[in-house]
Design a protein around this ligand. Structure first.
Ligand code: NAD
Length: 378
């Protein structure tokens, strides 16, 4: 289990202490306990103002807090920078960290615009000795990894169709206050960059490259309350798309942040020539598989036979959770830093996801080709 894990402690700077900041902190604190290797050195936790950073440093177990992220990424004691700030800070923080010689673990989406993401991928490609990894945690659950093995291993034959949805309702209330997530300058894309990109990360891992998308988007709540009065929502609340895969398969895609009653409905099914497979993140410990000749679907309950489950728990059916996905993601990062298998998606592979979400955002019902060559050579 300790193969390719660090033999010396890696120095860590974590920027941000919100939803994802805590999730990264838990991963950094648990990665060596679960997977072995040297425990990381939790050097500095950044947030603003300084006293907030100090309080969270104490809570998360970091040596010190700081409001100066530029100094933190340049600190010689830091080897890896975890970035969990709002989307608009991803590019400057990630590029500063790469330019300072650090490995980078960055939350999705990569950036506000496709041009920014391209620039980040180019910089990462120019620093091949430094590992980059994007926070596509849903790729890591044991059930998803098992599904990927079944599909790519041919268990359901040749995939013909993918039907995917990622719905939540965190913006369904029209009285929800306006926030940075709803602007081009702060959030970039709307639900496509927030939720849709996760579904696309899984879709690409299961189905392979995309040739073409045809999409429509909708802003369901055009204005939201703020202390200054109603402010405009600039980015999409929902999107739907049809997809052509390079393999000849086709797909449908839908995502919404205003889907009442849905909490984390990251759900998809694939129909193959010899079977079908179904997954829903709200029931992330179940995978449903049908193989030709069977009457219906068989439930595969998460357990030690699925990838990475046994590192957490020896007993089947005792369930795996959201934050544990991030521990596996952190393992993939530190293993890659230590010369083990490449961690995916890195910034160059992540550009493939950005191309698709940005194409969907501007499609307006017209087919848009996804240019593989542009990122394959990035
Ligand atoms: P959040 O608002 O909960 O946290 C953002 C943090 O960044 C806050 O602690 C804030 O104080 C801090 N911050 C802002 N400006 C800063 C600065 N200049 N210096 C230091 N710290 C600063 O947001 P969140 O929900 O954690 O989202 C953050 C990122 O994580 C977003 O890019 C989002 O898309 C992504 N995210 C990913 C997932 C996932 O499943 N992978 C889930 C939620 C969010």
């Amino acid at each position: 289990m300790t193969e390719n894990m660090p033999t010396k402690p890696l120095g860590v700077a974590l920027i941000g202490t919100g939803f994802m900041g805590k999730c990264h902190a838990m991963a950094w604190r648990n990665v060596a306990t679960v997977f072995g290797g040297a425990h990381p050195r939790l050097e500095v936790l950044c947030d603003t103002p300084a006293d907030k950073a100090g309080d969270f440093a104490a809570q998360f177990g970091f040596a010190r807090g700081s409001e100066d992220w530029q100094a933190a990424v340049a600190d010689p004691a830091v080897d890896v920078v975890s970035i969990t700030t709002p989307n608009g800070m991803h590019r400057p923080m990630a590029e500063a960290a790469l330019n300072a010689g650090k490995h980078v673990w960055l939350e999705k989406p990569m950036a506000l615009t496709l041009a920014d993401a391209q620039s980040m991928a180019d910089l990462a490609a120019a620093h091949p000795a430094q590992v980059t990894l994007l926070g596509y945690n849903y790729l890591r659950s044991p059930a998803f990894q098992a599904a990927q093995r079944l599909v790519t291993g041919g268990a359901i034959g040749r995939p013909l169709a993918f039907r995917g949805v990622y719905d939540e309702d965190y913006s369904a209330d029209p009285n929800l206050p306006w926030s940075w997530r709803m602007t081009h300058a702060g959030g970039g894309l709307g639900v496509l960059g927030d939720l849709g990109c996760h579904l696309i990360s899984q879709m690409l891992a299961l189905m392979g490259p995309v040739d073409e998308v045809t999409a429509m988007t909708q802003i369901a709540v055009p204005n939201r309350p703020s202390p200054e009065g109603p402010r405009a929502v600039e980015n999409e609340d929902s999107a739907m798309a049809l997809i052509r895969f390079s393999s000849g398969a086709h797909g449908s895609f839908a995502t919404s942040r205003v889907a009442r009653g849905r909490k984390c409905r990251l759900q998809w099914e694939i129909h193959g020539t010899e079977g079908s497979i179904v997954f829903d993140q709200e029931n992330m410990n179940e995978l449903w598989v049908h193989q030709m000749g069977e009457a219906g679907f068989t439930r595969h309950l998460t357990g030690p036979e699925q990838p990475d489950f046994a590192a957490f728990c020896p007993a089947p059916g005792h369930n795996f959770g959201f934050n544990e996905q991030k521990v596996i993601e952190c393992r993939d990062l530190v293993r890659a830093i230590s010369g083990g298998p490449a961690a995916a998606p890195d910034f160059v592979a992540g550009l493939r996801i950005e191309r698709i979400i940005h194409a969907m955002a501007v499609s307006n019902g017209q087919p848009i080709r996804i240019e593989e060559a542009a990122y394959e050579n990035a």
